[in-house]
Ligand binder design. Structure first.
Ligand code: BTN
Length: 335
């Protein structure tokens, strides 16, 4: 279902009353039959929303669920920047927000389109991995920027996107413990809180299509541990509370726009100092895996293009533009 029906949205709002509500009273609130309520509750259950059903009492939402809402996202987009999204789309269930934007027609050069979804059925991570995307739980956001730049001018953009996520999280409530594992794993105290998948395609007429896909764990339940094969965390675990994703999405978009604007004008050089502050790998013994080769060394930060610098045992420092990094000692748990 590309977008959620207004009835389904209203039902979720009503169920958030945090008490049992009978089919009849829900029917009254929504002006639909009890049978229609039952069908919509079923739909939510199919999405994985935990709803308790008791014959005498009705329906009860086991955890709070605030759905994404375009007007609330916009309300929280308070960061001032010359760059603003031309369009923000909120979808219900989609294969992947990045794939959706790849197919969307481009209206004009320099256009920026944002897409958020409640659920991704085929969310993608780096290296062809799946990105677990349960309904109504986390942020699955993609941003498409169509720009008249050559691919070679876009070095470091992926790192810049990661820094914008860090800035949004800092403005939220997370003051300590944040770092970035090159190129763009967002970590909190060494656990993965979010990830970024940046895809760059040269288009016709000199345009380059950039799609930045951001996955951020917000209200993930600890039962998700069976679905994720690396050490992870989520904002609700860090701060012990449920979070309204509309607020976080607004902050993310605002900081991303500001960073894109700065990157467009100056490039990665203007982010270098900030990167140093959040560089998780700096001076650590690491492995970098590239096309089945495993290279060991000590991470030395990044160069002006955002490429990872690695000092190998021979003392030579080499730059890497791609690859999967891990720490020596915890190579298995911390991908
Ligand atoms: C990673 O760390 O492997 C990157 C994860 C990126 C996930 C996001 S969720 C929104 C967008 N849509 C996708 O299918 N993937 C990205």
């Amino acid at each position: 279902m590309k977008t959620l029906s207004p009835t389904l949205k209203k039902l979720v709002k009503a169920l958030n009353a945090s008490e049992f509500l009978s089919g009849a009273s829900l029917g009254k609130i929504l002006s639909i039959s009890r049978n229609a309520i039952w069908k919509h509750v079923n739909q939510l259950t199919k999405y994985g929303v935990a709803i308790e059903t008791a014959q005498s009492k009705g329906y009860y939402l086991k955890q709070p669920l605030i759905l994404l809402d375009k007007s609330l996202v916009k309300k929280n987009l308070t960061y001032t920047s010359k760059f603003l999204p031309n369009k923000i789309e909120i979808l219900g269930s989609i294969t992947s927000t990045s794939d959706y934007l790849k197919e969307l027609l481009i209206d004009s050069p320099n256009e920026i389109v944002i897409c958020l979804a409640e659920h991704q059925s085929a969310g993608r991570g780096r290296f062809g991995r799946a990105w677990y995307s349960p309904f109504g739980t986390n942020i699955y956001l993609s941003c498409r920027w169509c720009v008249a730049k050559d691919v070679s001018q876009l070095n470091g953009l992926s790192l810049v996107a990661a820094l914008s996520v860090i800035n949004a999280l800092k403005e939220f409530k997370i003051k300590d413990g944040l770092s970035i594992k090159w190129p763009n794993d967002i970590l909190w105290k060494e656990k993965k809180l979010g990830g970024i998948l940046t895809e760059i395609n040269a288009e016709s007429y000199g345009l380059t299509q950039i799609i930045i896909g951001i996955g951020l764990n917000v209200n993930m339940s600890s039962t998700a541990k069976d679905k994720i094969d690396h050490s992870w965390t989520s904002l609700n675990q860090i701060t012990s509370g449920y979070h309204d994703r509309n607020k976080i999405a607004g902050l993310l978009i605002g900081h991303l726009m500001q960073s894109l604007e700065k990157f467009n004008e100056i490039g990665f050089a203007s982010f270098d100092n900030q990167w140093k502050k959040y560089d998780y790998l700096l001076n650590k013994k690491i492995n970098i895996a590239i096309n089945k080769n495993n290279i060991k060394g000590i991470a030395q930060g990044v160069n002006e293009q955002g490429h990872l610098l690695l000092r190998t045992d021979s003392g030579v420092v080499s730059a890497f533009s791609a690859g999967e990094t891990s720490l020596h000692a915890v190579a298995k748990s911390m991908r």
